[in-house]
Design a binder for this molecule. Structure first.
Ligand code: 4FV
Length: 248
C-alpha cells in the first residue's frame, strides 16, 4: 500500500462511485492507494445522533459539533498516530500541483469534510494539521473537495498513471499550461492538424509545443508565467510571441 486516505464525512456514500471508476478505481484495485470513509455520525453517543448545533453568538446556519469529530479522529489516530489531518475549507491554502506533489509523499492522510457552516473552531485548534481549499467558491460540503484532492495527489503515486506516464510531465509541472493536443483525423471539416506535428521532426515538435505552452500561458495565466522558471530560449520565444501579430 503506497498511500492511505481516511475520509471523515457525514455522507460516505458520496465516495462510492467517483473513486471506483477509471484510473483511481484501478489504483485501489491494485492496492496502490487505499480510500476508507468514516461516518462522523457513528461517533455520536446520543440516540438522535446529533452532529450539529446552532452557532454561539447567533447567526445563520448550523455548526458541526466538536465531540463526534474528536472521537472519529482519535479512533483513526489510535491506529495511525503519524497520519496527517487535513480540513477542506475555503479558508485553506490553495490546492496546487506543487502542494499535491508534496502531499503525495505522506503515507497516510485523514481528510475532514465539513458541512453546514463548517466545524467548531476547536477541531482546527486541537487536531487539524493543514487547511486546504480547492478554490474561491463555496460548496455545500467538503466531500467533493476531498475527492479532488485524492485525485490530484494519487496521480503522483508511482504506477497510478500507468508505467509510461508520470504526473511530472503535466500542466503546471513548471507553471506552464499544456500545449494544444491533436489526434486523428488529420483533417476535420477542413480544420487540419499543424503540419509540424506530422513532420516526424521531434526537435521541431518540442519547440512548437514549448512555444504554444508559453503563448497560452502568457495569454490565459500571466500570473503563472511570473512564477515559471524560464530558460533563455523560453525568453527568446516569448519575445517572438509578444512581438508577433498572431499573439492576440
Ligand atoms: C471548500 C472549498 C468548501 C464550506 C462550507 C463546505 C464548504 C461547507 N472546501 N475548498 N472551496 N467547503 O467550499 O474546500 O461546510
Amino acid at each position: 500500500m503506497r498511500m492511505r486516505f481516511d475520509v471523515l464525512t457525514l455522507f460516505p456514500d458520496m465516495f462510492s462511485s467517483p473513486l471506483r471508476e477509471s484510473i483511481l478505481g484501478k489504483a485501489v484495485e491494485r492496492e496502490l492507494i487505499q480510500i476508507r470513509t468514516i461516518n462522523i455520525r457513528d461517533f455520536t453517543l446520543d440516540k438522535h445522533q446529533v452532529v450539529d448545533d446552532t452557532p454561539y453568538g447567533g447567526g445563520q446556519g448550523m455548526v458541526m459539533k466538536v465531540e463526534p469529530i474528536a472521537r472519529a479522529i482519535e479512533s483513526v489516530k489510535s491506529q495511525s498516530p503519524s497520519a496527517r489531518i487535513i480540513y477542506l475549507t475555503p479558508q485553506g491554502k490553495p490546492l496546487s500541483q506543487d502542494l499535491a506533489r508534496r502531499l503525495s509523499t505522506q503515507p497516510h492522510l485523514i481528510l475532514l469534510c465539513g458541512r453546514y457552516e463548517g466545524v467548531d473552531e476547536r477541531v482546527k485548534e486541537l487536531y487539524v494539521d493543514e487547511e486546504i481549499s480547492i478554490g474561491d467558491y463555496v460548496l455545500t460540503g467538503g466531500e467533493l473537495a476531498a475527492m479532488v484532492l485524492i485525485d490530484a495527489v494519487s496521480r503522483f503515486i508511482p504506477g497510478v498513471l500507468g508505467c509510461d506516464r508520470s504526473a511530472e510531465e503535466d500542466s503546471f509541472f513548471d507553471f506552464l499550461l499544456e500545449y494544444p493536443q491533436y489526434t486523428r483525423p488529420f483533417n476535420f471539416r477542413g480544420s487540419c492538424v499543424p503540419e509540424v506535428l506530422v513532420s516526424g521532426n521531434h526537435s521541431a515538435i518540442s519547440l512548437w509545443r514549448r512555444r504554444e505552452a508559453l503563448r497560452r500561458t502568457s495569454l490565459r495565466r500571466p500570473d503563472l508565467l511570473a512564477r515559471a522558471n524560464l530558460s533563455e530560449e523560453d525568453k527568446r520565444l516569448l519575445e517572438e510571441i509578444l512581438n508577433s501579430s498572431d499573439h492576440c
